[in-house]
Design a protein around this ligand. Structure first.
Ligand SMILES: [Zn+2]
Length: 177
């Protein structure tokens, strides 16, 4: 345990987010949903809005818990935590490209960390006042899927920011060789 002492505040901080969270339904009105079996890849600029039932069918239970119910995967368990191959990271919900390996770094926090999104408009930031803290939640701008939180605690990166993102919210595509 001693070797992780320095990581404790970070892990504890984010682990709190996993506790007792509820899932408010998306407030926006839903356009006519397309049938679940016919979900083509949307162009990157088209807003994606699905019914809760659609998401449940499309996503794995863990993806649904994180992306749609604002859950948090357990630290040091995610597929992309210590993963540094060249390529792009898309939203596991809608396929929008959100991050690239160019801005990924090892924060030691137990989740994948990026110092910037692929483009500012790919993600949406919201103030999150749950659990007695004020944090900045990061969502996919296209489907409003919960990705994680962003912190200003990475002074050694070009932006000073740490986008702390759940692996399960992402899908990696390797760069073409
Ligand atoms: Zn998305």
């Amino acid at each position: 345990m001693n070797h992780r002492t320095s990581l404790w505040p970070c892990s504890l901080f984010l682990a709190l987010a996993a506790c007792g969270e509820t899932a408010p339904p998306p407030p926006e009105s839903q356009p006519t949903p397309s049938p679940a079996e016919a979900m083509p890849a949307e162009p990157n600029d088209a807003k994606v809005a699905r019914t809760d039932a659609d998401w449940k069918q499309k996503l794995s239970p863990e993806q649904y818990r994180v992306l749609r119910q604002k859950g948090t995967e357990r630290p040091f368990t995610g597929e992309y935590d210590e993963f540094f191959e060249p390529g792009e990271y898309s939203c596991a919900g809608c396929g929008a490209v959100l991050f690239t390996s160019d801005t990924k770094f090892n924060s030691g926090c137990g989740w994948p960390a990026f110092y910037a999104a692929k483009a500012e408009d790919r993600v949406k930031l919201l103030v999150d006042r749950t659990h007695g803290m004020i944090r900045t939640e990061v969502l996919c701008a296209r489907c409003d899927g919960h990705l994680g939180h962003v912190f200003d605690d990475a002074p050694r990166t070009p932006t000073g920011q740490r986008y702390c993102i759940n692996s399960v919210s992402l899908k990696f595509t390797p760069a073409k060789k």
